[in-house]
Design a protein around this ligand. Sequence first.
Ligand code: NAD
Length: 294
Amino acid sequence: MKLPFKIPLSGKTAVVTGGGGVLCSEFCRALAACGATVAVLGHRIESIQRVADAINADNEVIAAGGSAFPVVANVLDKSSLEAAKTEIDAKTGGCEILINGAGGNNPRGTTSAEYLTRDDLDPASAAVRSVKTFFDLDAEGIGAVFNLNYLGTLLPTQVFARDMAERVSPVIINISSMNAFRPLTKIPAYSGAKAAVSNLTQWLAVHFAPVGIRVNAIAPGFFVTEQNRALLLDENGGYTARSKKILAHTPMNRFGEPSELIGTLLWLCDNSSSGFVNGTVIPVDGGFSAYSGV
Ligand SMILES: NC(=O)c1ccc[n+]([C@@H]2O[C@H](COP(=O)([O-])OP(=O)(O)OC[C@H]3O[C@@H](n4cnc5c(N)ncnc54)[C@H](O)[C@@H]3O)[C@@H](O)[C@H]2O)c1
């Protein structure tokens, strides 16, 4: 990966939750290529091990003196996060940069259509057409999406931030989304949960300001990843109706590349360039959130 620029992270430790995923694995690599020791935290050992191995074999990372190691933990289980912290503290000087990247949607929090029609209100007709309306969403599925995104940001922050107050220029970066600004159709749970992540980002920035921990969020626009591939691309790799709609509302008329998030990530991590930036949610979206559609 070619970094847009470098920041001095030699001797620093970064913890990246969801580090085995598409976007956060890029974050891990970029931080290590700036010299950081990166704890790639996730609940599946195969993916976080693969990411850590690739980072440790990367020449740019080796040249910068960075490295990575996998840490298995569930962001929804505080005791597993505490065990992860003990492991990370034993291997490093302790977390200075926390990236709360674990998150995502779940089909159980998703309606099948954008709009409710009168036909949908007739259970027999809706069943024949296998429509899942707002009224069919189950509380457990919605709860799972809220928990992963909101609690999955709050609990790692509880576990890691306490000691971060003792470090030099500590930073927390949460991952929000376009749907936090305005909800996207079909995904009410994910939209509400990411709005809550943006809100928590502001709350934490205020609460932690006296102890010097800056808290910001990145709101990525649309990037084709494993989670949304089926929504955005058909089986032949062509655009679905939904992705055509997204692109029509993205003034730059394309999806983002994960590497295009790195400049914002590094800028937010670097106290000498963003030391007075606190409590913000930065869109990286090709103009999607700025465009009214007209
Ligand atoms: N892909 C996009 O276009 C997009 C857009 C906006 C926001 N986001 C957000 O960016 C972040 C990363 O997204 P991605 O597309 O790379 O997703 P991804 O599915 O590739 O990565 C998410 C990672 O989180 C891990 N994870 C899930 N549940 C966990 C748990 N309970 N404990 C620990 N780890 C857990 C998964 O194993 C996975 O490695 C998410 O918060 C997502 O909501 C993505």
